[in-house]
Every structure is written in C-alpha cells, then in structure tokens.
Design a protein around this ligand. Structure first.
Ligand SMILES: NCC(=O)N[C@H]1[C@@H](O)[C@H](n2cnc3c(N)ncnc32)O[C@@H]1CO
Length: 147
C-alpha cells in the first residue's frame, strides 16, 4: 500500500464519471464532499497487500493515526487513488481494504470521510505547507520487502 498524506485546510471533491465498469454504488449525497482542517490520505492499495489485507489495514491505521496526532487533527479523509503504484490490487480487494481503513480510523476516535471508489473525481485541496504537511508511507504485509 502506498499512502500520500497531506495536512490540509480543506479538501473538496465532485464525482465526474465512472472509472470502473462497476464503481462503488453511492447515494446522491456522496457525489460531492468537503472536509476542513483535515489529514487527507491518498491511498493506492497494491497487489502485495492481497497477501494479508488485515495486517496492511492495521498498519495503515497505525501510521495514519501517528501522523494525525503529530499534526493535531481529529479529521481524516480517505481518498482512493490509483496513481501511487504500478502494481495495483484488484478493485474488489482495494475497496474492502479502504473501507476497513476508514472503519479502523473511526474506531480509533477520528472523524473520517471517504471519497467514492471507482470514479473520476474533480478535487480541490489546500495543503498547509508546514514541515509535516506532506508525508508518504509504504505499507506491506510482514516479511515482504517492497522494492
Ligand atoms: N483518482 C481517481 C482514481 O484513482 N480512481 C480509481 C479509484 O477510485 C479506484 N481504484 C481502483 N483500484 C484501486 C486501488 N488498487 N487502490 C485505490 N483505488 C483504486 O478505481 C478508480 C479507477 O482505477
């Protein structure tokens, strides 16, 4: 899993078109969204994660919580983002992993938003620009060495 973390004044998105034949079914209210004072986590779920999705979810939640504590926000936005890796997990696994990351963060006491999966989306983001505002993490199941 590749994670790009951007501490932002806000993120807003708008669904444009389907990017998969069968994108995640979403209610009308999920077609647009905005969150303020937020740690945005752009996430690419990778093929290697299919070996142990539960472990990757647990590690991702831990890493994101650590950064959220450092930048002092309780708001996290999970953004499915298929552009951080050339070895992507299949969509069915990726969606499940992203939903579990969202659930894990919520269980850890965070206000969590998530952008819809399987769509092209317009988005606007305002990065805060402080030294910890732009971070990335590579998370893999135990015992796997990521190239
Ligand atoms: N920016 C727009 C976009 O990325 N759209 C992506 C994601 O929403 C989602 N998606 C598919 N596979 C994955 C994956 N392995 N990890 C994360 N998202 C995925 O499906 C879209 C087409 O790849």
């Amino acid at each position: 899993m590749r994670v790009l973390l951007i501490h932002s004044d806000y993120i807003e998105y708008e669904v444009k078109d389907k990017a998969l034949k069968e994108p995640e079914p979403i209610p009308e209210e999920m077609k647009k969204g905005r969150m303020e004072e937020v740690l945005v986590a752009f996430i690419s779920v990778e093929k290697v994660d299919e070996k142990n999705p539960e472990e990757v979810v647990a590690r991702a939640v831990k890493e994101i919580v650590e950064v959220a504590e450092q930048v002092k926000t309780k708001n996290v936005f999970v953004y499915p983002f298929a552009h951080l890796s050339s070895e992507l997990a299949k969509p069915s696994v990726a969606l499940e992993v992203l939903k579990k990351v969202e659930e894990g963060l919520r269980n850890a006491g965070y206000n969590v938003g998530r952008a819809p999966f399987g769509y092209y989306k317009a988005f606007k983001l305002s990065c805060k620009g402080h030294p910890l505002a732009e971070l990335s993490r590579t998370i893999v199941p135990e015992g796997i060495v990521e190239e």
